[in-house]
Write a protein that binds this ligand. Structure first.
Ligand code: ATP
Length: 229
């Protein structure tokens, strides 16, 4: 029975979706929505990176990228935004972020790190990447042009992939972390790179990202610099 004055640890699975979101687009939104539905995640926490260190600097400031994510998520009760990487003003690393979420949620709650197939293939370049598996499961979304077959993965990842591959449903019922599973989302060949190029060329981004995000981009004159992408 619940003791008065003490909160019970939350053992519901939590999706964690990090990215530069430079800018956020419908590929990101469908990934998170379909992951929530297919994997049975009551909540997905979006964590925009402040200064991601494993890739080149984002084109737009962290505060703009955060605002665009906030606008994109309006009206979806399953989604929330975690601004801590942006607020910290420091380099963003996934493992310390997962450690923070883990200490907040307790040891038993399944955490599910959501990654597109391209990001997954790049995992061995991330700081302390092998520690991810002791903190969270990894759910990989199919992305057009990025196969997830073990043979197509970088050698450093193959052993982990083979050893940890599992079924989402079983893993999420019994284990807080450590499994790798894939899910087939609606294939959407949209990328932030393509959007930055389109915007720099003055072309229409309509129907590739939410209208409030487009309005924000116009209002703040973002992505106008053709050298920025
Ligand atoms: P860029 O083109 O700048 O690399 P991006 O469109 O890949 O950006 P990110 O913010 O880097 O966007 O991606 C955040 C996460 O979303 C990553 O795990 C990435 O693999 C995934 N992702 C982005 N777009 C798609 C898509 N169209 N389909 C599936 N996954 C995607």
């Amino acid at each position: 029975m619940k003791k008065p004055g003490r909160s019970m640890p939350d053992t519901k699975p939590l999706g964690i979706f990090g990215g530069t979101f430079d800018p956020v687009h419908l590929g990101h939104l469908r990934l998170a929505e379909e992951a929530a539905e297919l994997l049975g995640l009551p909540n997905v926490r979006w964590i925009p990176a402040g200064q991601p260190r494993h890739r080149k600097a984002p084109q737009e400031a962290a505060i703009h990228r955060l605002r665009m994510v906030q606008l994109a998520l309006v009206g979806n009760p399953r989604f929330s935004v975690d601004a801590s990487e942006v607020d910290s003003g420091e380099a963003s690393y996934t493992v310390p972020t997962l450690e923070r979420v883990r200490s907040e949620r307790g040891l038993r709650a399944p955490l599910v790190l959501l990654l597109g197939a391209d990001a997954y293939a790049g995992l061995p370049t991330w700081h302390r990447w092998q520690e991810i598996f002791s903190l969270a499961h990894v759910a990989i979304a199919h992305r057009p042009g990025y196969p997830v077959e073990p043979d197509a993965l970088p050698p450093a990842l193959v052993a982990e992939h083979r050893q940890r591959a599992g079924e989402a449903e079983e893993s999420l019922k019994g284990l807080p972390a450590g499994k790798i599973f894939t899910f087939a989302m609606t294939p959407l060949a949209i990328s932030a790179t393509q959007l930055r190029q389109l915007l720099a060329a003055g072309r229409s981004p309509r129907y590739l990202l939410p209208q409030p995000v487009i309005d924000y981009i116009e209002l703040h004159n973002l992505y106008r610099n053709p050298n920025g992408s």
